[in-house]
Ligand binder design. Structure first.
Ligand code: PEP
Ligand code: MN
Length: 353
């Protein structure tokens, strides 16, 4: 629909489509109403719809990547996460522990991330663990600790939403929602996140093709939420030397197919601290829009994914290296929003959770 057209006109067009036995899905993207109509189009349908008041264009397409494809939008999407742009010239470093464990661990991690030049703080409160007997996260108490660290450091927060039932709680804290690899094809969750309108990081399913991954993004965009960031986090192959195989070719391929930003998670891909730095540098070199890095003040003792996190000092070394590599390719590191403060000593870290 035309950007300036009255909402009632879209209703009239939807009614005209339904009268021709078509199904209609309403959506808003970039301030514009879209009617996505599916079904077996009767002959001449497009010609009958095109002249209706408020209609800007009618596209007859078999393309399943309606909103994520470059045919819909040629220019790269830049997703604004509470003042931090993802996409565009700046490269974002998202970092923090795999799971929120307690106040001291979150405080040390958050200050370490801020000092190292990270722009967004991660931390899982709801953990989708492989085993039901592993630490499952602190839930709402974990969300409160994340909110506290946003207050102290000013860093925007990313945290995973596992279940539609937790979405409202997570929306109170998350500046950007995370959908994990195990939930990439949870259509109910994707639709609910689409309706929420909050930016979202959509991880690639560990056995999903690029097309399946983009179709998952399509669920979110078609509900009217254009703020999707993709995250390559490794796929399952025959190779046991790393936990997953980081598919860097997917980054280059997705950037051709889609306008959505794409970042890389080398920590969950490799599952090994010693490979995080080279893979993060490779992500920057291949044209990713950022990286997400596990950071923990005591990596070996982490309750979740011990053995893949960097110490905050190692993160600082990595961001310095990334900065140098980016400069050589005409790019820069994204900076935290202006109200983010430099690290403070651990004044708040005395009480338990
Ligand atoms: C995570 O980032 O905390 C996580 C669980 O990652 P993934 O969904 O990629 O396994
Ligand atoms: Mn993890």
């Amino acid at each position: 629909m035309d950007q300036t057209s009255a909402p009632e006109l879209a209703e009239d067009v939807a009614a005209a489509l339904r009268a021709e036995d078509m199904q209609v899905l309403r959506s808003r993207c970039h301030g514009r109403a879209h009617l996505i109509s599916t079904g077996t189009a009767p002959r001449g349908l497009a010609e009958r719809i095109r002249p209706l008041p408020g209609v800007e264009s009618v596209v007859d397409t078999e393309d399943a990547l309606r909103f994520t494809g470059r045919a819909y939008q040629r220019a790269d999407t830049v997703v604004d996460v509470a003042g931090v742009p993802i996409g565009g010239p700046a490269f974002v470093v998202v970092a923090g522990p795999c799971a929120v464990e307690n106040r001291a661990q979150m405080s040390d991690s958050a200050h370490g991330v801020a000092l190292a030049g990270g722009a967004i703080l991660r931390g899982g409160a709801y953990k989708p663990r492989t085993s039901p007997y592993s630490f499952q996260g602190l839930g709402r108490a974990g969300l409160r600790l994340l909110a506290e660290q946003r207050e102290v450091t000013g860093l925007p927060i990313i945290t995973e939403v596992l279940d539609v039932a937790d979405l409202d709680d997570v929306l109170e804290v998350a500046d950007i929602l995370q959908v994990g690899t195990r939930n990439m094809s949870n259509a109910t969750l994707l639709r609910a996140i689409g309706r929420s309108g909050r930016p979202v990081l959509l991880k690639r399913g560990m056995a999903a093709t690029i097309e399946e991954w983009l179709l998952a993004a399509e669920y979110i965009l078609s509900e009217g939420n254009p703020d999707v960031v993709l995250c390559e986090r490794g796929i399952r192959t025959f190779e046991p030397a790393t936990r997953f195989t980081l598919d860097l070719s997917a980054v280059a391929a997705v950037r051709r197919i889609s306008h959505l930003p794409v970042i890389v998670d080398p920590s969950h891909a490799a599952g090994r601290t010693d490979l995080v730095r080279p893979l993060a540098l490779a992500a920057a070199a291949v044209g990713a829009d950022g990286v997400m890095i596990d950071v923990h003040p005591d990596a070996a003792g982490a309750l979740c994914d011990a053995g893949q996190a960097l110490h905050p000092k190692e993160l600082a070394e990595l961001t310095a290296d990334l900065g140098r590599l980016l400069t050589a390719t005409g790019r820069v590191l994204a900076v935290p929003p202006p109200r983010a403060m430099p690290a403070r000593p651990r004044a708040l870290a005395t009480e338990g959770v």
